[in-house]
Design a protein around this ligand. Structure first.
Ligand code: NAP
Length: 165
């Protein structure tokens, strides 16, 4: 299994504010959709909430919560109570959803999964934003930048991929 985080982060590491994204970057949304389509996605309950009750089509959502009463009745949404359980469930769905599993946030779940990740797709937005959720530092871990595509715009941003060496 390849465990990949996918995130967009501001210059000051902000990824969210008031449970939504601080920016609207259509090309990054498309990048996220194209990468995750047909795959398993692991996420925290708050990130799931930020979808407004509408799971994203064509992918399996594994939602992590400490709330044993949390329910969401949908064939492509599974609720688990730990990251470990999420990863085990994701592994069991490899035959249907493929070998690459995506950790899609938010800040708490990125932080807890960091040491398990094989790959990070990180869109770095070239501007600072106020926020309340952050992508964790990972320069203490053996990740190498393996690709970078810069895009000019308002804001400018770079599609970066890091692989664990
Ligand atoms: N820019 C991006 O790429 C990106 C991507 C995703 C999200 N975001 C943003 O990030 C923000 C949300 O991030 P966040 O850090 O606040 O929340 P989060 O990581 O999405 O979810 C946190 C929740 O996950 C559950 N949880 C966390 N650790 C757990 C554990 N060890 N065991 C069981 N349950 C656990 C808890 O749910 P309960 O409270 O239900 O127990 C906790 O409140 C939003 O602003 C969102 O828009 C940005």
């Amino acid at each position: 299994m390849i465990l990949s985080a996918i995130a967009a982060m501001a210059k000051n590491r902000v990824i969210g504010v008031d449970n939504h994204l601080p920016w609207s970057i259509p090309e990054d949304m498309k990048f996220f959709r194209d990468k995750t389509k047909g795959h398993v996605m692991i996420m925290g309950r708050k990130t799931f909430d930020s979808f407004g009750g509408k799971p994203l089509p064509g992918r399996l959502h594994i939602v992590i919560t400490r709330n044993a009463n949390f329910r969401f009745d949908h064939p492509q949404v599974l609720i688990v109570q730990s990251l470990k359980e999420a990863v085990e469930k994701a592994r069991s769905f490899i035959p249907q959803y493929g070998n690459e599993v995506f950790v899609i946030g938010g800040g708490e779940i990125y932080r807890q999964s960091l040491s398990l990740l094989n790959r990070i797709y990180l869109t770095v937005v070239d501007q600072e934003y106020p926020g309340d959720a952050y992508f964790p530092e990972f320069n203490h871990l053996p990740f190498k930048l393996t690709s970078q595509n810069d895009r000019q715009g308002t804001p400018s941003y770079s599609f970066c991929v890091y692989e664990k060496g």
